[in-house]
Design a protein around this ligand. Structure first.
Ligand SMILES: *Cc1c(COP(=O)(O)O)cnc(C)c1O
Length: 458
């Protein structure tokens, strides 16, 4: 008999969680204006809102916390972090920031002007926010396959090279750089192949444009390259990471994802002029260049987390848990973005709630139903998150409308995944009785999904 698969770690510390009644959840959600971001954490039983900053640190990371160097300048913790980043990515210059969007803010302050166009595979919401708030345009050159949630292709996160080429041929003058997001969060945590990264590099060279990787989940991307792309099966994750970054000029990193820390981020680059500009902005927005919004102890934990999470065993445990949840949903016939991605399952809400019109936000409606069903907090990655078009101010209904179930790293067991799957099945079984969605009562101009207030219709 084949040995079953088990986690590559054991548990040393636990945190109690509490379930609630449906009546309690109805009260809490109403008070939260039907926006799960506004719920209090203790009102949630299983929290799949995000995998950002919610991972469990290892004993080695906690040990690193104890010996953090809190010197204002030149801390050993900074140098440990810098050396780890240099070793894994090959980038020479490293600038810490307090999280990923801060890295975007610092770097984009130096590089983006009004009316610029920033093309990419699919921009993450904060990336889009930092581009559009500078009156520039984020253009997604996503592969068409990514729009069909039921189509199984191994690298759905890829850049559409033809779309990128067409755009550059017409608008190269307005393009300061190209962004590739690895893995492609917006398309469903889908990986980008090494071949695609090479092609982007070649195209960028043709037009003399730098390439920036939005790298929050680069280690998960490397895992998929190893297991899905020909020629990489025998390479280590670290070797694959090194090659990936050889096709970029710089990276922004939300360390809250693949470095498994609760807070942190950085910019790394080989372009000295970018580093010199970013240093100045970094000091203004984040702090001195050897801490940039981070504690010494957190930089230690970041260095250790990056090192650990660019090892195969840790990534395999993680990605197989995501695949486990996907397999349970398959048993129930629940449609999600296929194949399962790196950090989350993205349920195709309009395929579930077929009666809820798009103007009433099906994915948000499904998010609400899942919370009411079992206290599970997912997150809408759909029409609310897509914001309005900056020019026409119309809702952007062109993309996917997904309920994301993001799985924190090393936090929940597969028993929790079973609870999630069955709760979703129960909603799925009564899907035809859900005919109305929600309407917006109040919204912010940018990144409205965090603070939007909604009303239930019907
Ligand atoms: C999370 C994330 C960011 C922003 O990082 P924060 O640490 O949340 O500020 C940027 N890009 C991608 C792809 C992300 O997943």
């Amino acid at each position: 008999m084949q040995q079953p698969f088990a986690e590559s770690w054991k548990i040393k510390m636990v945190e109690p969680i509490r379930n609630s009644t449906r009546h309690e959840r109805e009260q809490w959600l109403k008070a939260a204006h039907y926006n799960v971001f506004q719920l209090n954490a203790e009102e949630v039983y299983i929290d799949l809102l995000t995998d950002s900053g919610t991972g469990a640190m290892s004993d080695r990371q906690w040990a690193g916390m104890m010996i953090g160097d809190e010197s204002y300048a030149g801390a050993t913790s900074f140098r440990k972090m810098k050396e780890t980043i240099q070793r894994i990515t090959g980038f020479q210059y490293v600038l810490p920031t307090h999280q990923g969007r801060a890295a975007e803010n610092v770097l984009f302050s130096c590089l983006i002007n009004e009316n610029d166009i920033i093309p990419g595979n699919s921009h993450f919401d904060t990336t889009k926010g930092h581009i559009e708030s500078r009156k520039a345009f984020a253009v997604d050159c996503t592969v068409d396959d990514a729009k069909d949630t039921q189509k199984e292709v191994p690298f759905k996160g890829n850049v559409d090279i033809t779309k990128l080429d067409t755009l550059l041929a017409k608008e190269a003058d307005r393009v300061p750089f190209i962004i590739v997001t690895i893995t492609n969060n917006t398309a469903g945590g889908q990986p980008v192949s090494m071949d695609n990264l090479r092609q982007v590099r070649r195209l960028a060279q043709k037009y003399n444009k730098p390439v920036l990787f939005d790298s929050a989940r680069f280690a998960e991307n490397a895992y998929f390259i190893k297991v899905r792309e020909e020629g990489f099966a025998d390479k280590t994750i670290k070797e694959i990471c090194y090659e990936m970054f050889s096709y970029a000029d710089a990276m922004t990193m939300s360390a809250k994802k693949d470095a498994i820390v609760n807070m942190g981020g950085f910019i790394a680059t080989n372009i000295q002029s970018w580093f010199d500009m970013a240093k100045v902005k970094g000091i203004v927005y984040e702090g001195y260049i050897t801490y940039g919004g981070m504690n010494g102890r957190d930089m230690n934990a970041l260095a250790i987390g990056l090192d650990e999470n660019t090892e195969f065993d840790n990534l395999e445990t993680r990605i197989r848990q995501v695949a486990y949840l996907a397999q349970r949903l398959d048993e129930f016939g629940i449609p999600y973005q296929r194949p399962a991605g790196g950090h989350a399952i993205f349920v195709d809400a309009p395929k579930v709630l077929v009666q809820v019109p798009k103007e009433e936000f099906p994915a948000q409606t499904l998010t609400i139903e899942l919370y009411l069903e079992a206290g599970i907090r997912g997150c809408e990655i759909g029409y609310l998150l897509a914001d309005r078009d900056p020019v026409t101010r119309q809702n952007r209904f062109g993309g996917l409308d997904l309920l994301r179930l993001a799985i924190p790293r090393r936090v929940y067991t597969n028993n929790h995944m079973d609870v999630v799957a069955v709760a979703l099945k129960n909603v799925y079984d009564r899907r035809n009785s859900i005919t109305r969605g929600v309407e917006i009562v109040w919204e912010a101009e940018l990144m409205r999904h965090f603070t939007v207030q909604l009303r239930q219709l019907g």
